[in-house]
Ligand binder design. Sequence first.
Ligand SMILES: Nc1ncnc2c1ncn2[C@@H]1O[C@H](COP(=O)(O)OP(=O)(O)OP(=O)(O)O)[C@@H](O)[C@H]1O
Ligand SMILES: [Mg+2]
Length: 232
Amino acid sequence: MSKGLPQALLALGVAKTFHQGSTAIEVLRNVDLRLSAGERVAIVGRSGSGKSTLLHILAGLDTADQGRIEVGNRNMATALPNIRAEIRGAEMGFVYQNHHLLPEFTALENVAMPARIAGVRRRAAEANAAGLLKEVGLTQRANHLPNALSGGERQRVAVARALAGQPSVVLADEPTGNLDRENAAIVMAMIARLSAEKGTAFLVVTHDVSMLGKFDRVLDLADGTLVDHVEG
Ligand SMILES: Nc1ncnc2c1ncn2[C@@H]1O[C@H](COP(=O)(O)OP(=O)(O)OP(=O)(O)O)[C@@H](O)[C@H]1O
Ligand SMILES: [Mg+2]
C-alpha cells in the first residue's frame, strides 16, 4: 500500500505498564504504527507480548501511559472517556479476543446494536445486520442468543458486529482463532472486500501463519515494540 493513501490510524510512542502489587509489567515500551485507508496489517507475537493490550489502547478501551493515537485527526490518547467512546463509535469496529456479545440479545440484535446506538432506526439497522449475518453464513442463527451458538458462530457474529457501523478502522483480536478453514476464509474474504471497496483499514492479531499472506504487512510485537515480521 502506498504511503500516499489517507491515514486511518496513527500511533506514536505508545507505552503501557501494568502494576500488580509491587511488580511493574512493562508491556508496551514504544509502539509506532501508521495504518493507511484500505490497508490490511497483521500483528503476530508470542502469548503475553501485549497484542490485546495494544488493540484495546488503540480503540480507547484502555489508556496509554504515554504516546499519541490519532483516529480521524483526533487524539484518542488524551481524550476523555466519553470522547474516546464517541470516536470509537464513529470510526472503529472492534472484535474482542473473546467475542463480548451481549448475552440477552439475539445474534441479529447484537450485530444491529452499534447502528442502533448511533441512532439508526431498528428496521434499517436490522436489515443491514441480516445482510452481514448472511455473509458470514449465519442467516439460520439470527434469532439465537449467544449461549445457543457455537464458539465459531459467536466469533462470526462478533466480526459481523464490528463491520456493521461501516467503520474506517477495524481492530480485530484473533477473529479467525476459533474458525475452521472454510469460515476463516469467509472472514478473510470480507476483510479483503471491505478494504478494497470501502477503504476500510484492518489491524488483525493472529496466531495463524497460514493467514499472513492475505495481509499487506505483518508486524511482530516483541519487547514492547512493533517490528517488521521476519518469516520463519
Ligand atoms: N489489567 C491487567 N493488569 C495487569 N497485567 C495485565 C493486565 N492486562 C494484561 N496484563 C499483562 O500484560 C501482558 C500482555 O497481555 P496481553 O493480553 O496484551 O497479551 P497478548 O499478546 O494479547 O497474549 P495472547 O496471545 O495470549 O492473547 C501479560 O503478561 C498480561 O498478564
Ligand atoms: Mg491477546
